[in-house]
Ligand binder design. Structure first.
Ligand SMILES: Nc1nc2c(ncn2[C@@H]2O[C@H](COP(=O)(O)OP(=O)(O)O)[C@@H](O)[C@H]2O)c(=O)[nH]1
Ligand SMILES: [Mg+2]
Length: 195
């Protein structure tokens, strides 16, 4: 598929099914802990500075944000998990919203699950991966902030993440940096292959 990735815009924000776009364009959802670099990933992939706001206030975006890409596909930005200052009630609401989207959305082709290359995956990261595997949703693991780790240590960090996640080698694993744009072409290849 030929996609003009420069032709992108925020389409709508949704809390539940009734707000989702009503067509059959393929969707790639993006999930990850607050501050992992999700908004930066979207901006980098779409060659934009500030389409998805890189917020100084993690956890503020509590909606599913749908981005139209060239009328051919969508990114769906799932609000970041693991933000401590959110109440239990808010977390439950968040959980139901994500679960409804991930388990019922027929447009969904794959989830880009972002983890920080510098650290071992959190319990939430592991839980998200297990959830996606359980529902047999194709996963692309994107390890962010690779520019903050010397190249000579990339392998070591990649192995540690894979081990902690109990990574399935049939999934994609991509080292990524929104600063250097490392991994961008690979990420597009992996995404387009899932559409
Ligand atoms: N060095 C570096 N910083 C990054 C990278 N991606 C995101 N950041 C920074 O990490 C912080 C959180 O990024 P953001 O995209 O808002 O994370 P989100 O909460 O997951 O959407 C910001 O200060 C970004 O500039 C990256 O690849 N490399
Ligand atoms: Mg964000």
């Amino acid at each position: 598929m030929e996609i003009n990735t420069h032709n992108a815009e925020i389409l709508l924000s949704a809390v539940n099914k009734s707000h989702y776009p009503q067509d059959d364009l393929p969707e790639i959802a993006l999930a990850g802990r607050s501050n992992v670099g999700k908004s930066s990933f979207i901006n980098t992939m779409l060659n934009r500075k500030n389409l998805a706001r890189t917020s100084g206030k993690p956890g503020k975006t509590q909606l599913l944000n749908f981005f139209n890409i060239d009328d051919k596909m969508r990114f769906v930005d799932v609000p970041g998990y693991g933000y401590a200052r959110v109440s239990k009630k808010e977390r439950e609401k968040w959980g139901r919203m994500i679960e409804e989207y991930l388990t019922t959305r027929e447009n969904l082709r794959a989830v880009v699950s972002l983890v920080d290359l510098r650290h071992d995956p959190s319990a939430d990261d592991v839980q998200m991966y297990e959830f996606l595997k359980y529902y047999e949703i194709p996963v692309i693991i994107v390890a962010t902030k690779a520019d903050k780790i010397p190249r000579g240590k990339w392998n070591k960090h990649e192995s540690a993440i894979k081990k902690k996640l109990n990574f399935d080698p049939s999934d994609d694993f991509i080292l990524f940096s929104s600063v250097s744009k490392a991994g961008m072409d690979q990420a597009w290849d992996a995404i387009l292959e899932k559409l």
